[in-house]
Design a protein around this ligand. Structure first.
Ligand SMILES: Cc1cc2nc3c(=O)[nH]c(=O)nc-3n(C[C@H](O)[C@H](O)[C@H](O)COP(=O)(O)O)c2cc1C
Length: 336
């Protein structure tokens, strides 16, 4: 499969991003059933055996969906592999991707040519996480099929560059497939990403607050109650630059002033906080536009409706003017 064929299997150009301790087989399958690419990180499964169980569940689930499909597209799924040498599970997890012919592999942290070649050997597509033009250059040299440009404001390990600036820098060196990530919560946002030069949108945080996500209810509720200003950027929780829900940092006893003044990469919170990621919750700037905890299917349908409505508006070349016409101040939406 190449990226163009991959795009042809999607109802709208969206990848539901892989999220540690959030993505589940049920979420992945639900997204694929609606024609959005579902995904999960291999390292989100406790062991290689559990990873294999998930692959079996998803592969069989997709087979059933294809048998029952009534004309609507069933999307392929993707797995995130951390391809850095520090990942001791890499070889075993890669073997399983090959065994189950995972259609799309989302690689992060380093881009080794041999891993990419082995995925290409069975016809898999490799998309690689980047946060700068330099990262993109290195990934492209290694032979990836496309890049995932992770802009500032994304959930999880994030980039820091403004999405317009990052997209433009990537497009200066590369005309191939680009997935844009960071802060998207609506179908209209995905269309906007395409207008900026991206081919696909990568949506994470919005999907944490769904029924199928394995995030604790407290994290889902905190997302519904948070705005972008309640998201704290720090490289000192687990050593990599990431966005965290401020309220979860405070609940875990973290001192924000200490975090603010710690040199990047110096992990300060490991000792005095409970298990990172499990008790300190990550989310991106998109939280302020998340008001509910729907099922994954419901959310995917909403994204499709929004995307198509926005595409219709822009196709007719009429810029939406409802905000200009209605000068009234909108009351903040009530929290469900
Ligand atoms: C809780 C959480 C866990 C994440 N875990 C991973 C992961 O294991 N692997 C990965 O490649 N990206 C991970 N990400 C990043 C997402 O794949 C994606 O880049 C990001 O969510 C996109 O930005 P958004 O959250 O603003 O939509 C994670 C993000 C969040 C919020």
């Amino acid at each position: 499969m190449n990226v163009q064929e991959m795009a042809g299997k999607l109802e709208i150009p969206v990848i539901v991003a892989p999220m540690f301790l959030v993505s589940t087989p049920a979420m992945t399958l639900a997204a694929c059933s609606e024609g959005l690419m579902g995904s999960f990180p291999a390292h989100g499964t406790r062991t290689r055996e559990v990873f294999e169980q998930w692959l079996v569940e998803i592969t069989q689930g997709l087979k059933r969906l294809h048998e029952d499909a009534s004309g609507s597209k069933i999307a392929p799924f993707a797995v995130n592999l951390v391809v850095h040498p520090s990942n001791t599970r890499l070889q075993g997890d890669l073997e399983l991707c090959i065994k189950y012919q995972v259609p799309v592999v989302l690689t992060s942290k380093g881009a080794p040519t041999d891993v990419i070649a082995r995925i290409h050997d069975y016809g898999g597509v490799v998309l690689h996480d980047i946060a700068s033009q330099r990262h993109a250059e290195k990934a492209l040299e290694a032979g990836v099929d496309g890049v995932i440009a992770v802009a500032g404001g994304a959930g999880g390990h994030t980039g820091t560059i403004n999405p317009f600036a990052l997209m433009n820098e990537v497009r200066r060196i590369y005309r191939g497939p680009v997935v844009l990530a960071g802060g998207m919560t609506t179908g209209r946002d995905v269309l906007a990403a395409q207008a900026m030069g991206a081919d696909f949108g990568y949506i994470g945080t919005r999907f944490i607050a769904t029924a199928e996500s394995s995030a604790p209810l407290g994290q889902k509720r905190m997302i519904v109650e948070s705005n972008a200003t309640d998201v704290f950027f720090s490289a000192s929780i687990d050593g990599a630059p990431a966005n965290w829900l401020t309220k979860s940092l405070l609940a875990a006893g973290a001192d924000l002033d200490v975090l603010r003044t710690t040199l990047p990469g110096k992990v300060v919170a490991a000792a005095e906080t409970r298990k990172r990621w499990k008790d300190i919750w990550s989310a991106g700037h998109g939280v302020g536009n998340i008001d509910d905890i729907p099922s994954t299917v419901e959310l995917c349908r909403r994204l499709k409706t929004e995307y198509r409505a926005a595409a219709g508006v822009f196709r007719s070349a009429a810029l939406p003017t409802e905000n200009l016409q209605d000068g009234t101040k909108q009351a903040p939406r009530a929290i469900a």
